[in-house]
Structure formats: C-alpha cells, structure tokens
Design a protein around this ligand. Structure first.
Ligand SMILES: C[S@@+](CC[C@H](N)C(=O)[O-])C[C@H]1O[C@@H](n2cnc3c(N)ncnc32)[C@H](O)[C@@H]1O
Length: 265
C-alpha cells in the first residue's frame, strides 16, 4: 500500500503494537518519564535482534535530502520492505523510516543558523528519524529531547545518533501533547500538521507553551493542505523556504519546497 502523506510505498499495516511509553538515553538505558523528570533504569534497551532487524531493513542515506551532513537509516527502494507484502512487517507504519520535507527544512535551518538553538533547550516533537534533534545537537543546543509516540522510532533514533556520532540525548515515546511541559526554549515540529485532529490538539497546546513559558516554536511544512487550511496558519511568520531535492519531490506527490515557519500566537 502507499502512504497517504506521500507517494512512498508503505507495506506496513500489521501493527504488533508496542504500547509502553519509554525514553532512552543514548547508551540505550531506559529513561522513564515521571511527571516532567526522567528516571533512568539500567540495561540496554535496543536488543541485538531489534538492532539487526532495523539494520537489515533500512539503508544508510545521506543524499536525496536537504541535510547531506546527517546520515540516516531510511527505507529506500533497495530495502526489502519497499516492495514486500504489508502483512510481513511486524510493527506499525514506519514514519520514522522516511525523512519528511518538513523535518528536512527545519534541520537545514538549524544547521545553517546555529544561533537559533545554541546553548538553548530544544524539544523535537514528532521526531521520527530524529534528524532535527540531531541537527540541534550538532548546532550546540544545551539540552535536546526527542519525542515520538512510536517506540520503533525511538530505536531508529538510537541508531541514527550512533551513525552521526552526536552527543547523547533522551528519547521519549509518551504522548506529551496536552501535558504540562518544562520551560523549553524552542519546540520544533517537522511535518506534524498532516492530520486535522492532531493539528487541532497541537495548536492550543503550542499556544499555551508559548504564552506560559515564552517558548519559541518553529514548524517545518511543505504546504500540505491540512496545514495550509488550519487556523494556526494565520499565526505564522515565514522564516525561510527551501527548494526540495528531486527524490523528495517524487516521494511527496510533487511538492516542490518546504518552509520553516515561526509561530506567533
Ligand atoms: C510525518 S512524520 C514526521 C517525522 C519528522 N518530524 C520528520 O519531519 O521527518 C510524523 C511523526 O509524528 C509522530 N507522531 C504522531 N503523533 C504524535 C504525537 N501525538 N506525539 C508525538 N509524535 C507523534 C509519528 O509517529 C511520526 O513519526
């Protein structure tokens, strides 16, 4: 089957749900969220079988996207599951195996403008492959948290951090939208406005984070209709627009550019 966000073939429907939320530090130790804190538990989370599965079914890519300096394990046409039967994939849809145009633009912007994150704290919400969190670390952010509700994304991010030799950062797989947050300097969201219900829950929460803590919010989006038609769009200021590489255009139904927006409630 095909992903409804782009034209990437997604053969992954049989979800063996991994329900438990967790956070990991880079060493693979589990870090459990308690309120706004993290409690570390010893032991390696990324077991060798899972590592082998992810390594076998992805390809290390550093071309075809906007940040060639970041290497990522992604699903490519050379991977078995690009064509394989959906019911053979044992997990939920692997959004983490695609580097979305919104995340690409955010990461490019952060790498080119390290002052946007340097010495500050950054929350990457809906981090997927983790590229934007990795860009924030590379640009000198003092504290980075990657958050994605898909636990497999968390595991893929561990591999992607290793690939890029970046300083460890925690990864949290609990849904934190609507929860009280710590005082983050910056929240970044790449391609998170693809679904109306998700957008409707994100908007008031981002407004609250912004008004309560003065948190800055940057959104990367290639102009998806769900985003352009959402009321948050009236509260955005365009920061920069990037032309997308050809392969990203092809995988995203011909979208040609991706924009970084600053949210100003
Ligand atoms: C389209 S992908 C974007 C990934 C990444 N930001 C990028 O641009 O490459 C959306 C991601 O958001 C995650 N997601 C969906 N709902 C979420 C939620 N409520 N909290 C955190 N992550 C969520 C999905 O698992 C998926 O990895």
């Amino acid at each position: 089957m095909w992903c409804n966000l782009c034209s990437v073939r997604v053969c992954f429907l049989r979800a063996t749900e991994v329900n438990k939320s967790f956070a990991m530090d880079f060493s693979g130790a589990m870090v459990w969220p308690i309120g706004c804190c993290y409690h570390r538990t010893p032991g390696s989370f990324l077991d060798p079988e899972m590592r082998a599965f992810l390594e076998e079914n992805t390809e290390v890519s550093s071309s075809g996207h906007l940040t060639p300096e970041i290497r990522l394990r992604l699903l490519t046409p050379r991977c078995r599951f690009w064509q394989e039967r959906a019911d053979l994939w044992p997990y939920g849809d692997p959004f983490w195996a695609i580097y979305w145009p919104g995340g690409q633009a955010l990461s490019r912007y952060i790498l080119d403008n390290p002052d946007a994150v340097r010495t500050g704290s950054v929350l990457d919400l809906g981090s997927g492959c983790g590229a934007t969190a990795i860009a924030a670390v590379m640009s000198g952010a003092s504290q980075v948290l990657a958050n994605d509700i898909d636990p497999i994304a968390g595991m893929a991010m561990v591999l992607n951090c290793e690939l890029n030799n970046v300083k460890p950062f925690p990864i949290l797989t609990k849904n934190i939208i609507d929860t009280e947050l710590d005082n983050w300097d910056l929240i970044v969201l790449g391609d998170m406005f693809y679904d109306e219900q998700l957008a409707n829950s994100l908007h008031p929460w981002l407004r609250k984070c912004s008004r309560t803590h003065g948190t800055k919010v940057l959104i990367g989006d290639p102009g998806r209709p769900q985003f352009l038609g959402h009321r948050i769009h009236g509260k955005l200021h365009k920061v920069v627009e990037y032309s997308l590489p050809e392969s990203t255009r092809q995988e995203n139904n011909g979208l040609t550019s991706s924009i970084v927006w600053s949210y100003q409630p």
